[in-house]
Design a protein around this ligand. Structure first.
Ligand SMILES: Nc1ncnc2c1ncn2[C@@H]1O[C@H](COP(=O)(O)OP(=O)(O)O)[C@@H](O)[C@H]1O
Ligand SMILES: [Mg+2]
Length: 263
């Protein structure tokens, strides 16, 4: 409490701190009681709650089938979450224009799906939808940002290695100037060098642009290399959020078992 000019005592900082100690004012994404059932009524996600602070890399790990991809896909409405369950900068994402949301919240999958055409055509695709034509120089900058050689600009997408294609997919997403990246096991089909290239790019984007990222990975080592915090998803529920170097302290029995078997 402080006293202001009029002698009225007031809170200078009014912030809610949740059970994980996160400051809600800084949350880029908030997930509140997010549920999803399959068509047959089986729970896929049961009350997922998590805050993703701005400018951090949040890793998501958990057993296969626990709902990691499902959760990620709700965050840019690849499936439509119930109202008032996912918030971006405090706004219910269901109230946002869906294409605008997907520009702000870009996504990368396990296997890059490039469109037919050259690297440059792929990278120009997003801005073109908004009537903006990227100059060659802008395309070169995006290639460099994704750690790709500028000589690739006119290469047809189908002549690239998977590692190069994944970086083109990243450059294509970055062309939309996203604030958040959703990454669903983006390096699990890549060799160690391509994996490292992508990890380096992600860390740079966080450092230089303050980008927020949610990254599903089956590699605990990868999470420990680049994530700032880790959410453990078990049976459609986030059971714990930990620092990457505190994973061995997980309390949930399934999380513990999973961690022991994967390390
Ligand atoms: N559209 C769907 N309809 C029915 N079941 C689904 C659907 N999508 C995912 N599932 C099921 O939900 C569970 C979680 O899937 P997923 O999110 O892909 O898990 P993860 O990414 O953690 O491996 C799995 O049992 C999967 O079979
Ligand atoms: Mg998955």
């Amino acid at each position: 409490m402080e006293t202001n000019q009029d002698g009225v005592r007031e809170h200078l900082l009014v912030v809610d701190v949740d059970e994980y100690g996160h400051n809600e004012a800084e949350a880029k994404i908030q997930v509140r009681d997010l549920v999803r059932e399959s068509d047959k009524g089986v729970a896929i996600l049961s009350k997922v709650n998590v805050d993703i602070p701005k400018g951090v890399i949040m890793g998501v790990i958990g057993p296969s089938g626990s709902g990691k991809s499902t959760m990620l896909r709700a965050l840019n409405r690849l499936w439509e979450p119930p109202k008032a369950t996912v918030f971006l900068d405090g706004e219910d994402i269901c109230d946002l224009d869906v294409l605008g949301l997907r520009r702000k919240v870009g996504m990368l999958f396990q296997l890059p799906a490039l469109f037919e055409g050259t690297v440059a055509e792929n990278i120009r695709y997003g801005p073109q939808l908004r009537g903006k034509k990227l100059s060659d120089n802008e395309v070169y900058k995006l290639l460099a940002l994704a750690d790709l050689d500028s000589s690739l600009i006119n290469t047809p997408g189908n002549e690239l290695s998977v590692g190069q294609a994944q970086r083109v997919a990243l450059a294509r997403t970055l062309a939309n100037e996203p604030e958040v990246l959703l990454l669903d096991e983006p390096t699990s089909a890549l060799d160690p060098i391509s994996t490292q290239n992508i990890e380096d790019v992600l860390v740079k984007l966080k450092k230089n642009r303050g980008m927020t990222m949610v990254m599903v990975s089956h590699s605990i080592k990868q999470i420990q290399r680049i994530a700032d915090m880790v959410a453990l998803l078990v049976n459609g529920e986030i059971v714990e959020v930990l620092k990457p170097d505190q994973l061995s302290e997980a309390k949930h029995p399934m999380a513990q078992r999973f961690l022991q078997l994967s390390s």
